[in-house]
Design a protein around this ligand. Structure first.
Ligand code: FAD
Ligand code: NAP
Length: 508
C-alpha cells in the first residue's frame, strides 16, 4: 500500500522552478510547480528575510550525513531535515565498512539514532538519487523541492591498478571483500576463492590491514562478531595462511595507524614475518616526525627488528608480512585462469623527504599467491552531470562545503574531502557543512523566503515511480529483528543481507 502525502498531483515536471501560491493545490504546466503556501506556514525569525520552514535534504546516511543533520537541527530552530539513502538501512560505512571486530567504533550509531528521533528529521531509505530514470529520484527534483541539498553520498567505488590480469577471477577489490564480510547486499554473492594459502594485498592503508586481519583471525573470534553466518561458513573453509601487504613506497610511508598495527602484532596464532633489513634505517628518521607517526614507526621498527619474528615461524599457523618499494605490473595466472602470483616492479624513491614518490625501476620480481586484494583507496563518483566534479580527485568541487556554481548545494564527508579520514574527521566535515548551511540561511545568502514542499513533493514522485521509502521506525523494526537473531547465535546481530528480505521484514 502506498501512502501518498498528496499535496501535489502532477505528471511531468521538467524544470526546477517552484512558485508559491495562496491557493490550494494547483496543477502546473510542465515548467513549474505551484505550492500551497498554507502547508508551510511556520516562519522563523532567524533569516534576514521573513522565512518559511527551511527544508534541507541530505543525500546519504553515513556519518557525514548524520553529523550534518545533527548540526543543522541543533543550530536552527525550525529547519526540517530529510535524509535520502539508496539502501533500505542507514549508517553507510559504519554498518558496511567498519570492521566487524571493531564494534566499539559503531557506537556513533547511538548518536545518529538520537538525531533520527528529532521530530524535524525524516529518513527516507530505499531511495537512490541521481539522474532521472527507473527507480532513481533526479537530483534536479530535490533541488526544486528543498531550500538546500547536502550531498554526503561517500565514495562508492574503488581505485583500480589498470594492469594486465586485474580482471582475473581471484583478483578482488578490498572494498568488495569488506562489503561481503559486512553483509552488504550487492556483495553477498562475491566470488572469492579462499582455498589458497597465500594472499597479496596491494596497499598499506587501514583497509588493507582490516582485510588482512579478518582473513587471519581465528574463526572462533570472528563468530562473536556480526559477520553473517553465510560468510562465516565460507571463512571456515579458508586455507589462507600467509598475507603480504605490498606498498609502493617505504616503511616510513605506511598509511595504517598504530592501533591497527598493534592488533596485527597480537593476532592469536599469527606471527609477523618481517625482513629486518627494511627497518634498520627507519630509526634514523623517526626523531623528526610528529608524535603519532613517531609512535607508529617506533613500533614498526621494533617489530621488524625483533629477532624472534622472521625466524620463529614454526609456532605460528599463520603469518603476515610487509613488502616495500614494489608496484604491481601484472597478475599472473595458469591456464585455468587461477591466480598464481603477482609481478612487481621494484621502485626507488624520489623527491623531498616526507613527500617522496615511487619511481619504477626496470627490475621486477614475482610474488606467488592465489588471491590478490586491491586496497589502494576508494573513489567518489558524480551522480549527476550538473555537479562540478573533479575527475582527478574524484570529489565534488566546493569552497567551504558550498558546491561551486550551484546555489543551495553543499557537500559533506568523503564526496567532498576524498576517501580519507576516520569517522572523527568526517564528523568535523559534517559539522562544518551544517554550520555553513545554517549560516547561509541566517545571512540571507540562501534564500529561504519562498515556501518549498520538501519531502511532500518527493513522496508524490516516489509514488509515481512505485518506490516505497523506508522510515527510521521501519529500520528500527529490522534492527530489532537482527539483534534478536544475533542473540540466538551469540553475536551482536545477524544482518539481513538481501534487500527484498529487508523490505519484507519491514512490512513493505
Ligand atoms: P559513507 O559512510 O560511505 O556514507 C555514504 C552513504 O551514501 C551510504 O550509506 C551510501 O549508501 C549512500 N549513497 C551513496 N550513493 C547514494 C545515492 N546515489 N543516493 C542516496 N544515497 C547514496 N573510520 C573510523 O573512525 N574507524 C574505523 O574503524 C573505520 N573503518 C573503516 C573501514 C573501511 C573499510 C572504510 C572504507 C572506512 C573506514 N573508516 C573508519 C572511515 C569511515 O567509514 C569514513 O570516515 C566515513 O564512513 C565516511 O562517511 P561518509 O558519510 O562520507 O560516507
Ligand atoms: P589509504 O589510507 O589512503 O591507503 C591507501 C594505500 O594504497 C596506501 O598505502 C597507498 O600508498 C596505496 N596506493 C594508492 N594508490 C596506489 C597505487 N596506484 N599503487 C600501489 N599502491 C597504491 O586508504 P584506505 O586504506 O582505503 O583507507 C581509507 C580511509 O579510511 C583512511 O583514512 C583510513 O585511515 C580510514 N580507515 C580507518 C580505519 C580504522 O580507523 N581502523 C579502518 C579502515 C579505513 P601511497 O601512500 O604510496 O599512496
Amino acid at each position: 500500500m502506498f501512502r501518498t502525502r498528496g499535496l501535489l498531483k502532477r505528471t511531468s515536471l521538467t524544470t526546477n522552478t517552484i512558485q508559491t501560491s495562496t491557493n490550494t493545490t494547483t496543477t502546473t504546466n510542465s515548467n513549474s510547480i505551484t505550492i500551497p503556501s498554507s502547508t508551510n506556514t511556520n516562519s522563523t525569525t532567524r533569516g534576514r528575510k521573513a522565512s518559511k520552514v527551511p527544508h534541507v535534504c541530505i543525500i546519504g546516511s553515513g556519518p557525514a550525513g548524520f553529523y550534518t543533520a545533527q548540526q543543522i537541527l541543533k543550530s536552527h530552530a525550525s529547519a526540517r531535515v530529510d535524509m535520502y539513502e539508496r539502501l533500505p538501512v542507514p549508517f553507510g560505512l559504519v554498518r558496511y565498512g567498519v570492521a566487524p571486530d571493531h564494534p566499539e567504533v559503531k557506537n556513533c550509531i547511538n548518536t545518529f539514532t538520537q538525531t533520527a528521533s528529532n521530530p524535524r528529521f525524516s529518513f527516507l531509505g530505499n531511495v537512490s538519487v541521481g539522474v532521472d530514470g527507473g527507480s532513481v529520484i533526479p537530483l534536479t527534483q530535490l533541488r526544486s523541492a528543498y531550500h538546500a541539498v547536502v550531498m554526503s553520498y561517500g565514495a562508492s567505488r574503488d581505485r583500480t591498478l589498470n594492469i594486465p590480469g586485474e580482471c582475473l577471477p581471484n583478483v578482488v577489490s578490498a572494498r568488495r571483500l569488506v562489503g561481503w564480510y559486512n553483509g552488504l547486499p550487492e556483495d553477498t554473492d562475491l566470488d572469492v576463492d579462499l582455498g589458497v594459502e597465500s594472499v597479496v594485498v596491494v596497499g598499506q592503508g587501514n583497509v588493507a590491514v582490516d582485510v588482512a586481519r579478518i582473513l587471519l583471525t581465528p574463526l572462533d573470534a570472528l563468530r562473536k562478531t556480526d559477520i553473517p553466518e553465510a560468510v562465516l561458513n565460507r571463512l571456515s573453509e579458508s586455507r589462507v595462511r600467509r598475507v603480504t601487504l605490498v606498498g609502493r613506497r617505504g616503511p616510513q610511508h605506511v598509511a595504517f595507524t598504530i592501533k591497527e598495527l598493534r592488533e596485527m602484532i597480537k593476532l592469536p596464532g599469527c606471527q609477523p614475518h618481517l625482513n629486518p633489513q627494511h627497518y634498520t634505517h627507519l630509526r634514523d628518521i623517526i626523531p623528526d616526525l610528529p608524535r603519532p607517526r613517531k609512535r607508529l614507526l617506533e613500533l614498526l621498527a621494533k617489530t621488524g627488528l625483533d629477532p624472534a619474528n622472521p625466524n620463529n615461524l614454526t609456532t605460528a599457523q599463520r603469518t603476515w608480512s610487509l613488502s616495500f618499494l614494489r608496484s604491481p605490473i601484472q597478475v599472473l595466472a595458469n591456464e585455468h585462469q587461477a591466480v598464481t602470483g603477482i609481478k612487481l616492479a621494484i621502485n626507488r624513491l624520489e623527491g623531498e623527504p616526507g613527500l617522496e614518490r615511487a619511481v619504477t625501476n626496470t627490475e621486477t620480481e614475482v610474488m606467488e599467491c592465489g588471491l590478490v586484494l586491491r586496497s589502494i583507496g576508494y573513489q567518489g563518483v558524480s551522480i549527476h552531470p550538473s555537479i562540478p566534479f573533479n575527475d582527478n580527485t574524484a570529489t565534488i568541487q566546493h569552497i567551504d562545503s558550498r558546491v561551486m556554481g550551484l546555489e543551495g548545494m553543499y557537500v559533506s564527508g568523503w564526496i567532498g574531502t576524498g576517501p580519507v579520514g576516520v569517522i572523527l574527521s568526517t564528523m568535523t566535515s559534517g559539522f562544518s557543512t551544517g554550520k555553513s548551511v545554517v549560516a547561509d540561511m541566517d545571512s540571507g545568502r540562501l534564500d529561504i523566503s519562498e515556501d518549498k514542499p520538501g519531502q511532500d513533493y518527493i513522496r508524490d514522485l516516489l509514488a509515481q515511480k512505485g518506490i516505497r521509502a523506508v522510515s527510521f521506525n521501519e529500520w528500527s523494526t529490522l534492527n530489532r529483528h537482527e539483534e534478536t537473531e544475533g542473540a540466538r547465535l551469540g553475536k551482536p546481530r545477524e544482518k539481513v543481507t538481501s534487500i527484498s528480505a529487508m523490505l519484507k521484514l519491514m512490512n513493505h
